[in-house]
Design a protein around this ligand. Structure first.
Ligand code: PGA
Ligand code: ZN
Length: 402
């Protein structure tokens, strides 16, 4: 019932106008499709998205020549076998030959084909009876860094609505995004205010002005909506750490000073979570920050952990961060992603399932967030490729409620 009868790969467009890969898998009674996203502020320890020589086309060739002959006839429900086979065919530690994006799209499409063969939604197939709660949508409202030239140094100012169901949270974040837009127009009359790669507003603001406006917008939204909307950041600090210092447009910090700076803004603006506050190799500063403010704020490792269980295990041992961002294409297969999620949960680290800045309308992460019991799903607030995931979350909630 779950044996793979046919599979195909094609090149499709992502939200930044770049090519990526989509996979379709058919069993005799099921069907699954998945497309891979792409990052712009990628971590140095992520797997290789596409082969260095040849890019997406080289991945497509590898699919036809090496992967397809192997997966035909395999059991889509034997996820671990299938994912091991992808590692074996590739033969490198980082999917350098076939590309992590090809691998993740095959891995997820197979899981979806197996789920469909059993007549189950993906979240239930992976998460079983324990998949009963929804991850809170966490979305970007002001952007800068690699995602928006001319914006803030800090990459993402995000919001998370603390309502009791997914629909209210999705619309709470959307309302806050609108409030931020109105506040920016009032604060910067005559300025062009655009949107970055993830649909967040981009405006010529200092980090401090953006922090204050972000906090104020959350407060206004909270009182209007009747539930809390909390401010969060993704600092993507690896992007501006070089020569031993953290460099902002107007100032630089040593690692020790940067720990104090971040702890200070967490206290001042009552931030609910902060992702990548330190460089991806600066485990020691993560430890210092987690000791200082980890009891009141989620300290989330994205570039630090890259969904990699060895990097997470090191963080757990040292006490670096208390939460992990989960991006399946950082590690390349569903099995690897699942193992990292399990390790996090066992050690009290919350998980945040996440989109990439370059996305497609693929909505698989909504299912993964529910299956993994993630605390949050980071997937923007507006824009078709972001709303695809949010709307799927609304549908899953309806399904969970019967
Ligand atoms: P990326 O960035 O998808 O461009 O890597 C998103 C993030 O840093 O979380
Ligand atoms: Zn990040």
């Amino acid at each position: 019932m779950t044996l793979i009868e046919s599979a195909l790969a094609r090149k499709i467009l992502d939200s930044r106008g770049n090519p990526t890969v989509e996979i379709e898998i058919l069993t005799d009674s099921g069907y699954g499709t998945a497309a891979a996203p792409s990052g712009a502020s990628t971590g140095e320890h992520e797997v290789q998205s596409f082969p260095k020589d040849g890019g997406v086309d080289a991945s497509l060739k590898a699919f036809g020549d090496e992967v397809l002959p192997q997966i035909l006839g395999m059991d889509a429900a034997e996820q671990r076998n299938l994912d091991n086979m992808l590692h074996q065919i590739d033969g490198t530690p980082n999917f350098g030959n076939i590309g992590g994006n090809l691998a993740v799209a095959i891995s997820l499409a197979a899981a979806k084909a197996a789920a469909s063969s059993y007549g189950m939604p993906l979240y239930q197939y992976i998460g079983g009876a324990l998949a009963s709660s929804f991850p809170r949508p966490l979305g970007n409202v002001i952007g800068g860094g690699r995602h928006a030239i001319g914006g803030t140094d800090i990459q993402e100012f995000l919001v998370i609505s603390m309502a009791g169901n997914a629909t209210k949270c999705v619309f709470g974040n959307a309302r806050t995004h609108k409030i931020v837009g109105q506040m920016l127009k009032e604060k910067l009359p005559g300025h062009a205010i655009g949107k970055g790669d993830e649909g967040a507003w981009v405006a010529p603001l200092s980090n401090e002005d953006a922090l204050a406006l972000h906090r104020e917008a959350c407060d206004r939204a909270s009182s209007e909506l009747g539930f809390k909307v909390l401010p969060c950041l993704d600092m993507a600090a690896s992007e501006y750490f070089h020569d031993g210092k953290y460099h902002y447009k107007d100032k630089s910090f040593t690692p020790e000073e940067h720990v104090d700076f971040v702890a200070g803004i967490i206290e001042e603006y009552e931030l609910h979570s902060v992702e990548d506050p330190m460089d991806e190799n600066d485990y020691l500063s993560y430890v210092a920050l987690t000791q200082a403010v980890g009891d009141k704020c989620m300290i989330v490792g994205d570039d630090l952990f890259v969904t990699n269980k060895e990097r997470l295990a090191k963080g757990i041992k040292m006490g670096a961060a208390n939460s992990i961002l989960i991006k399946p294409n950082q590690i390349g297969t569903l099995t690897d992603t699942f193992e990292t999620v399990e390790l996090a949960k066992k050690n009290g680290y919350s998980t945040v399932i996440s989109h990439r800045s370059g996305e497609t309308t693929d909505d698989t992460i909504a299912h993964l967030g529910v299956a993994f019991g993630s605390y949050a799903i980071k997937t923007g607030v507006v824009g078709g490729e972001r709303t695809a995931k949010l709307n799927e979350l609304i549908r899953i909630q309806e399904d969970l409620e019967g």
